[in-house]
Design a protein around this ligand. Sequence first.
Ligand code: GUN
Length: 296
Amino acid sequence: MTATLIDGKMVAKQIRMEAKKRTKVLKEFGVTPGLAAVLVGEDPASMVYVNSKAKTCKRLGLYSEVISRSLDISQDELIGIVNDLNNNDRIHGILVQSPLPKHIDELAVTLAIRPDKDVDGFHPYNVGMLLINKPQMISCTPYGIVKLLEHYELDPSGKEVVVVGRSNIVGKPVAALLMQKAKWANATVTVAHSRTADLAAVCRRGDILIAAIGSPEMITGDMIKDGAVVIDVGINRIDDPETEKGYRLVGDVAFDEVAEKASFITPVPGGVGPMTIAMLISNTVTAAERLSGAVK
Ligand code: GUN
């Protein structure tokens, strides 16, 4: 392997430690940042995520609540829970874990969250503010990617960034973030997706390639420009009878062959993943700072 590993675990730890210090300052003003996570149903992956978010909060001195409801909850009841959290002074960050059951309109629930408590950054107000270069709550994975670039001094300014994937929660916001006129941005951004003609040729333009497709090891060595920085957002389970669990986690990037050509690369796990949760905590502390007015 020739590429340098981008250590998301280490950078995430630094961000968590900063959040812990900011929490301590807030507590001196009598404010404890609070995160509420709403979980509908018992999807094992969602339960792991939500419990891990809550545990991390507690470890860093934040207050956290997990509100669990069964799959048959109505949309109105769920929106009622969100409204209560909107009005709850102990809570500064609200997240409703997705996916939600089919009978619930996810957008209606997102719209119910107060934008200044929307620590996922999914509310159209926050998405729109990002697009007009007035970011308020920045969604966690895109924000985490920018923090990784910043930590390794990989300035995207003037560079060709190719984002593969156009999801509302990663592809589109990371493209918006990196193209804007701002520090650690100013990139020339291309967003490629499943209908892109000659995806390999488009990817090879990227000085920075961000893979957020959700397709195991789809980005192969021949799609990489020599010396590119490769950010792998994918977390995919693939069967592997040789492991104890019977599966292993791989990204959207074929790691070994891509690492031969890249200058920097994020591993899976231990790259972007830990950053997402660290930025969620950081956003919650930011929301508490703003809502309490305690820290200018
Ligand atoms: N489901 C998977 N990832 C996320 C996330 O970052 N936020 C929420 N709310 N749900 C998710």
